[in-house]
Design a protein around this ligand. Sequence first.
Ligand code: FAD
Length: 456
Amino acid sequence: MKKDVIIIGAGITGLTCAHQLKRKGCNVRILECKDRVGGQINSVEADGFVFESGPNTGVVKYPEVAELFESLTGKCELETALDSSKRRLIWKGNSFHALPSSLPTALRTPLFTWRDKFRILGEPWRSKGKNPNESVGSLAERRLGKSYVDYAVDPFLSGVYAGNPYNLPARLALPRLYNLEQEYGSFIRGAIAKARIPKTERDKKATKKVFASRGGFSRLVEALTESIGEGNIITSASNIKVNPADNNTWTVTYDKQGENVSLTANYVVTTCGAYSLPSLLPFVEESTMADLSNLYYAPVIQIGAGIRNCKGHQWKAFGALVPSRENKDMLGILFPSAFFVGRSPEEGAAFAYFIGGTRHPEYLQKSDEELIGIVNKGLTEMLKYPEGTQADSIRIFRHERAIPQYEESSDARFAAVRKVQEQYPTLTIAGNLRDGIGIGDRIKQAFDVAEDIANK
Ligand SMILES: Cc1cc2nc3c(=O)[nH]c(=O)nc-3n(C[C@H](O)[C@H](O)[C@H](O)COP(=O)(O)OP(=O)(O)OC[C@H]3O[C@@H](n4cnc5c(N)ncnc54)[C@H](O)[C@@H]3O)c2cc1C
């Protein structure tokens, strides 16, 4: 008998999981509260530009990313970024500087102090940290020096988490970095040792390249929707409740167009944010639910901005990050048309500004005019376009709950997930409340969940 699976949430996690389950012969249905699929993914075409509301890029850090696109051949295409994306810029003083990528550039860069440049030579011999809750900032400061935290780690964490390096435990936010120190005693020795580990043919698919779906991430969402079958995705389903029923089954109820609908399934997978779980899973005991849903999401405003006739992208780089101590309005600016094709008219340039995060959550209240002012000021003062240059096209995307912060409370959340899943083995609590926030992490988790259900 075919397994019946209901997935809550039609973001990349839910859609990928449904696609994989269907390929493994299961019946799948997705319930989504919004009137559209994609969750945080939404590519908007405007005036010849492609602007992303959510993620612009991912990293092919697991074979599953390549395999997902292989399974969708003919429906959408994996686009890896041009080599220009290897160049990353950091704002310091009154200009951008390239993040060093070699020893000579590391010695020449004005980003780090001379003291820390010499200090890094001793990194392989520095002793191992003993505090499992040490923050990313403290770990990097201890091993590399404060200027590396200020001008590399802080902007990097703003770019990934929109978060503060001193609030995020390295073990939870950057587990790979944390493990390099714990397993090898040093970042440098660990990186060298890891690079020497022989790779299987499957491992080699994890190229670590920056990627998107050609034309924008919504093309991937459309391809997944087609593969799952539109009829299996129910949008605008409000007031969803999941409850255990007899014979190891689940009852899932929801409201749509004034009607209350009841479904049954053998398996349920939730992929929505932690804040949705209390109303979704009413049978979970109060204290366990408190641990499950205790997760802060940093707000982020993303602004897509395009200039039409500027002889193409002058900035041949991935983008520019702005350290906290530089006191600017934005966390960073991405240059999508510098490394993906077709993101702007031929002579134009597309930018994505990131504003807010844990650094400035209050910016979510700024008006459109104020935000447009920040964009145009950035074009001239930071990106050095001629005085008076204004974006020809602008789209503002406000995300009140954008990026989950894997703070110390995460241990209790993970334990609560395990507890509920042990009690109810046919329920999976997935999504970006665990296992990483990047698109690659989401795809990998969805593959794992589908595999697990198919093998049960
Ligand atoms: C502005 C921004 C920029 C980002 N940039 C990047 C990037 O460049 N690279 C990268 O790797 N990652 C990036 N991320 C993170 C990444 O986009 C997300 O982690 C990922 O898209 C989350 O996918 P998901 O399917 O797990 O969750 P979501 O996309 O949040 O999907 C969950 C779905 O569940 C639905 N839902 C919620 N509650 C309920 C309910 N009660 N009933 C039914 N449905 C419900 C929601 O409507 C949503 O559709 C970014 C995120 C944001 C917001």
